[in-house]
Ligand binder design. Structure first.
Ligand code: NAP
Length: 248
């Protein structure tokens, strides 16, 4: 299917590596101007450089998404440079694994701030121009762990479940402005986040997946691009699980 974008601009958080990088590159390839955001300048710059090298348009900003003030400042300057940011992909995320009784308050706060509160900060600062233009797409990246929970990942699960509640509420609030809001819930995807699992754990994970393998970032990026396109105009408030059939 050919996807239609009509000169749109997208901001992708966590665009430096893994799933976010693949989403940024896919949107760039499809003719969307991409603002690549990540924590370190080297990673978001390399994502923007790759898009430009491939013939697309991109820029980059290093922003700590967990810092509400930093997000506000970045959005102000970006909205001066780009009159509209039409598409927002909240993808940046971290894990701090540990049983709940051994989780420190600072680790808990860090995960919730980075994964969940950040989505609220970016939406709050970018939604007004979308509302004025009566067009917008917001994609929030959750996880299957947000649907089913996981021992040793309570903070991560809580942050990812929170994203689902946030997204459904935003979908209802912004529908009258033709802004759609959808959530993706990936299963195990081959990125730096999962590369630290040992081979035995990877094998036992693959055995839980009907398609018998981990997913690739590109398989999340394709779905994200579709949901950002004109063709997905009647889809909002949904959670799409992309996990090789692991959670049914
Ligand atoms: P990753 O390879 O670890 O990359 C994470 C990206 O997020 C990096 O670009 C990183 O920036 C950025 N980031 C982290 N903290 C940030 C902060 N405070 N401020 C700005 N940027 C920050 O992760 P991934 O596996 O691609 O995961 C991407 C998203 O998918 C996450 O939300 C994750 O929870 C979700 N997810 C992943 C999986 C999986 O199996 N991989 C499964 C389900 C859901 P730097 O490059 O500067 O470090």
């Amino acid at each position: 299917m050919n996807l239609t974008f009509n000169n749109k601009t997208a901001l992708v958080t966590g665009a430096g590596r893994g799933i976010g990088r693949s989403i940024a590159e896919e949107l760039g390839y499809l003719g969307v101007t991409v603002i690549c955001v990540s924590k370190s300048e080297s990673s978001c710059k390399s994502a923007a450089d790759a898009i430009i090298k491939n013939g697309g348009e991109a820029t980059f900003r290093s922003v700590d998404v967990a810092d509400s003030k930093a997000v506000e400042v970045a959005c102000k300057s970006l909205l001066e440079e780009f009159t509209n940011i039409d598409i927002l992909v909240n993808n940046a995320g971290i894990v701090k694994d540990g049983l709940v009784l051994r989780t420190s308050v600072s680790d808990w706060d860090n995960v919730i701030q980075t994964n969940l509160n950040s989505c609220f900060y970016w939406v709050k600062n970018l939604v007004h121009p979308m509302a004025r233009k009566r067009w917008g797409r917001i994609i929030n990246i959750s996880s299957v762990i947000g649907l089913v929970g996981n021992a040793g990942q309570a903070s991560y699960a809580a942050s990812k479940a929170g994203i689902i509640g946030l997204s459904k509420s935003l979908a209802k609030e912004f529908a009258s402005r033709t802004i759609t809001v959808n959530t993706l819930a990936p299963g195990f995807i081959e990125t730096d986040m999962t590369s630290r699992l040992d081979e035995r754990t990877k094998d036992s994970i693959a055995n839980l997946i009907p398609l018998r393998r981990m997913g690739k970032p590109d398989e999340i990026a394709k779905m994200t691009a579709y949901l950002c396109s004109e063709e997905a105009s009647y889809i909002t408030g949904q959670v799409f699980t992309i996990d090789g059939g692991m959670v049914m």
